[in-house]
Write a protein that binds this ligand. Structure first.
Ligand code: TXA
Ligand code: MG
Length: 345
């Protein structure tokens, strides 16, 4: 398949290109588009065969359901059964990086939801995503636009690495603002379960809902016999070829450990900007200042892709704190590291 690449700098100016992309979606084809979180691999969410094509393009198991993207929060009513809690969340956080699991309606094929009777609904804030959904006139089912098992793409270059020749069109909207996938919550009456942390933090959710529980799989490895609340949590994710080891401990001690390690073996190091002058490994990947968790979130996936492209035999990174967006970073990093945390004392 020949993939068309189009750069979109302003959706209002490039309306014609977006209209063609919308036409492809309506016709059952696949278009990769930017969102504020990561790039999405989009197809018509009401079309069973488009869903099949998405799973095939990603190499994704078809029991791992897709998120449907809508133009306005109230459009959820056409495809799902929202309640009061949904509308409170929508008022607070939509459009934006929040996905809500709701009971599904008949018009969403079961292939989209991996056979579940619930559907994940998200209203993205990125202007290109927003306009594309509007023009398509159908909800767009879109997982992250990476090959299954690779880090989610946060730039069109990442998308091209994974999806060139597998999709009809790639819309290049530059770098994604947040860099980690959306927060996913499941609603039970007035309570929420946080299934995947993201740009909408635990604390922000608590301002809107009294009862918010964090699913075990967010911070812990599930035992072999445990079933995660979100099917995606059971798959190995974001895993570079070389093992990733997360370092936990006093920052000076961790730096001394890294200085010693870089002399002993070929390492790639996801380091803080402040550490750059003190390390000399060939594969230093700065992820932002120590206290700038937003920058670290934005750069994590790109740094993991770069680390994977080196000849490093081991990849080191700092274990982030679990506060704010740090919980989302922590969740993605323990999965990239297959839960390998090394305590440095
Ligand atoms: O930021 C995002 O959410 C990006 C952009 C493109 O919107 N999308 C994304 O999709 O991250 P994906 O497919 O890579 O991750 C969706 C996750 C999966 O872990 C899946 O298991 C879970 O959402 N999920 C989808 N439908 C679900 C449902 N009905 N119940 C529980 N989990 C669900
Ligand atoms: Mg994904």
């Amino acid at each position: 398949m020949q993939t068309e690449h189009i750069k979109i700098t302003d959706p209002a100016v490039q309306e014609n290109a977006l209209a063609r992309a919308a036409e492809i979606i309506r016709g059952g084809g696949l278009v990769v588009f930017p969102t504020e979180t990561v790039y999405g691999l989009g197809g018509n969410a009401t079309d069973d065969s488009a869903a099949q094509k998405i799973y095939a393009a990603k190499g994704r198991p078809s029991d791992n359901p897709l998120i449907i993207h809508i133009a306005k929060p109230e459009d959820a009513e056409s495809y799902a059964v929202p309640n009061d809690t949904y509308f409170r969340l929508a008022k607070a956080f939509m459009p934006g990086p929040l996905t809500v699991i709701l009971p599904k309606r008949e018009n969403i094929p079961s292939s989209v939801t991996g056979g579940l009777d619930t559907v994940a609904v998200r209203c993205p804030s990125h202007p290109v995503a927003h306009r594309l959904i509007e023009l398509a006139g159908v909800p767009i089912a879109a997982p992250s636009a990476n090959l299954s098992g690779k880090p989610s793409p946060t730039s069109a270059a990442h998308v091209a690495q994974d999806m060139d020749g597998r999709v009809d069109m790639i819309l290049d909207g530059g770098e994604c603002e947040i860099g980690l996938e959306s927060t996913i919550v499941k609603i039970d009456g007035n309570s929420l379960t946080l299934l995947r942390p993201g740009g909408i933090t635990y604390d922000a959710l608590c301002m809107v809902c009294e009862h918010v529980t964090v699913a075990d799989a967010v911070t812990h490895q599930l035992a072999a016999n445990e079933r995660p609340l979100s099917p995606g949590m059971k798959y190995r994710h974001y895993a570079p070829t070389a093992p990733v080891v997360l370092l936990d401990g006093d920052t000076d001690k961790v730096l001394r450990f890294l200085q010693a390690e870089q002399d002993l073996r070929r390492c790639a190091i996801l380091c803080y900007d402040e550490e750059l002058p003190h390390l000399k490994s060939e594969n230093l990947l700065p992820v932002g200042a120590r206290n700038d968790l937003d920058a670290q979130a934005k750069r994590l996936f790109s740094a993991l892709r770069k680390a994977d492209g080196t000849d490093a035999e081991i990849i080191y990174a700092h274990l982030p704190p679990m506060e704010g967006i740090g919980l989302a970073l922590y969740n993605r990093m323990i999965r990239a590291a297959a839960h390998t945390i090394k305590r440095i004392d």
